[in-house]
Design a protein around this ligand. Sequence first.
Ligand code: ADP
Length: 324
Amino acid sequence: MDLEHVIASVLDMFEVRASEKHLTLVGSIVDGLPTHRIGDPLRLRQILVNLVGNAIKFTERGGVTVTVQGEPESEDLLKFSITDTGIGISSDKIETMFSSFTQADSSTARLYGGSGLGLAIVARLVTLMGGRIWVESQPGVGSTFQFTARLEVRAAPAVEQPAARPLASLVPQALIGTAAADDRARALSILIVDDSIDNRLLLNAFFKSLPCSLDEADNGRQAVDMTAERRYDLVLMDIRMPVMDGYAATRQIREREQLTGVPPVPIIALTASGLQEEVTECPAAGCNLHVSKPISKAALLEAVRRATQAPPASFGQVTVAENS
Ligand code: ADP
């Protein structure tokens, strides 16, 4: 995994919610920390989604920061900190936080934020990653959740993975509608997965002036089969579909990628308008980003740019700390 990608995708997911609440949301990775690691990016993302989701949910002023740093004990051991300036947690509650599933407000929490996993499951995932989790908090001031995880350092890939190659030129050309002929040589191959023919037509229209080759599937089962036969640069995945829905299809694609060691194809979920549960569930299923319906061309192209662009540093919100 690339830590920067994981952090960027989590921040990206909460960007809108944070800005709606006028909160800052910043991530930083300590300068010089090796970011290519061996580990399960989906599990790490689930942990972060839960902690960042809670932090935003329980904060009304100020903001949330996510930092990653090394631990002196071993190069493989990382420490993640999620700090908020929210309501804080009373000391009696802190003691049972990681051991109980039965919070009084768990159903409310599930509706409004986090991945729905709960801290007890987060703690189990952290343990499985060879780490531990703890929290320091002051009611009325804020909380800092910290966890460690053992993620072995891996040399950065010599060749940029195809799924993550830079396509910075794509969007500007799209917006001015002047895709040059020589760009067709590096056309993006996109699989559109949607049971509605109207939506497929709309998406086709959005990509019309771009250097893209488009394929279509009308349910998740077909998408799983088509992505096995051919490597796509991007999949646009509707969530609600007959035969197999977008979550199940994404999970199957991710499982296969893990088993076969194929680099993950970026998947953008197309979520129903106003359905926060869908938005929350998407990263847990393995989608990189989501775009809510009704889909605007600008939002879609921005998501495409993000999902297919290589340098995670350009994901806006990930800043690299000067030095710890
Ligand atoms: P859920 O969100 O599913 O209820 P969690 O285990 O994620 O379960 O969180 C349990 C409870 O801990 C929350 O309902 C909330 O009361 C408290 N909590 C978690 N994170 C924070 C935070 N950052 N600030 C304040 N309270 C928190």
